[in-house]
Design a protein around this ligand. Structure first.
Ligand SMILES: [Fe+2]
Ligand SMILES: [Fe+2]
Length: 304
């Protein structure tokens, strides 16, 4: 049986009330405080400061979401593009394969092989829930499809034409960083994605909850089913655990390669992540504002 349902009755509601007061940077900073490595912790926090402009765009985007019952085209663009900034299971698998391949090249029973295997296993832990390992095989891809279908019915939201160029580029950048670039860059990308997603899913849950309450006539059960994809990441603090295991993966990789973390590189990856996500959100805001202005103009024209 799916664990989040049991948790939901016990503590998701109070958690949601708390979460509503927090900004994206609050969520990220809170989680960064759990990191033992002071340089890594400071770099995470500095990225939040330098990326505040992008974080503001994300918050504005989710603030705007409940404003109108968007046309199917606009909502499809939102859901398709938002999906492209998540669901990186293939990239996680690719990065774990790279670490295992290196481990298999290392001497048998050597500490290097052991640490690389450990790094690979820790990195792979970030995909357990996505694969539905403890949830009867119910993948997050399937939960996302259910989420979109509940909101859009049969509208073909998943067609590539509904994916914004910036979101496509973001998806490609994540894949390249994790599967093609240096392994450290791959681990840093996965790490930042987890801490950012933890923050974003928290505000997205409130935004989509309000959107549904305003514009849909769902029963309580239908509302829960629709939001299940987002709940699955917030309840049980899934992304918190994912972030912490990637920190461990990076530590194991540094031990295996006997290298120290390049904190300048850490900051560059984190800042680019926020810059790219900010561009996606900016385009979504522009699409929603165009539609809102058109609706305003139409209603003014109707008055005269
Ligand atoms: Fe997920
Ligand atoms: Fe995750």
């Amino acid at each position: 049986m799916i664990r989040w349902r049991q948790i939901q009755n016990q503590w998701v509601q109070p958690f949601l009330i708390n979460a509503m007061d927090k900004s994206l940077s609050d969520h990220i900073n809170e989680l960064a405080d759990l990191v033992d490595d002071r340089n890594l912790r400071d770099t995470l926090k500095e990225s939040v400061v330098s990326g505040q402009n992008s974080l503001n765009k994300v918050e504005r985007c989710f603030d705007l979401l409940p404003a109108l019952p968007w046309s199917p085209e606009t909502l499809a663009m939102f859901l398709n593009s938002w999906k492209a900034t998540h669901l990186k299971m293939l990239a996680i698998y690719g990065l774990s394969c790279r670490l295992q391949r290196l481990a298999m090249k290392a001497e048998e029973n050597s500490p290097m092989r052991e640490q690389l295997m450990l790094a690979s296993a820790r990195n792979a832990e970030t995909s357990y829930e996505d694969l539905g390992l403890d949830y009867g095989g119910e993948t997050h891809a399937r939960l996302y499809n259910n989420f979109a279908e509940q909101l859009l019915g049969n509208f073909p939201w998943s067609l590539e034409k509904y994916c914004l160029q910036e979101a496509r580029e973001f998806r490609g950048w994540i894949y390249e960083n994790m599967v093609v670039s240096e392994i450290e860059i791959g681990l840093l990308t996965n790490m930042f994605s987890e801490i950012y997603n933890h923050a974003e899913y928290n505000i997205a849950l409130n935004a989509f909850g309000t959107f549904i309450d305003r514009h849909y006539h769902f029963s309580t059960a239908e509302r829960e089913t629709t939001l299940q994809y987002i709940y699955a990441h917030v309840a049980d603090e899934t992304e918190v655990d994912h972030f912490l295991v990637v920190v461990k993966a990076l530590e194991a990789y540094s031990r295996a390669t006997d290298t120290t973390i390049d904190y300048q590189q850490v900051g560059t990856v984190f800042q680019e992540y926020l810059h790219r996500i900010g561009s996606v959100m900016e385009s979504l805001i522009a699409a929603m504002e165009r539609e809102r202005n058109a609706a305003k103009n139409a209603s003014i024209a109707g008055v005269f």
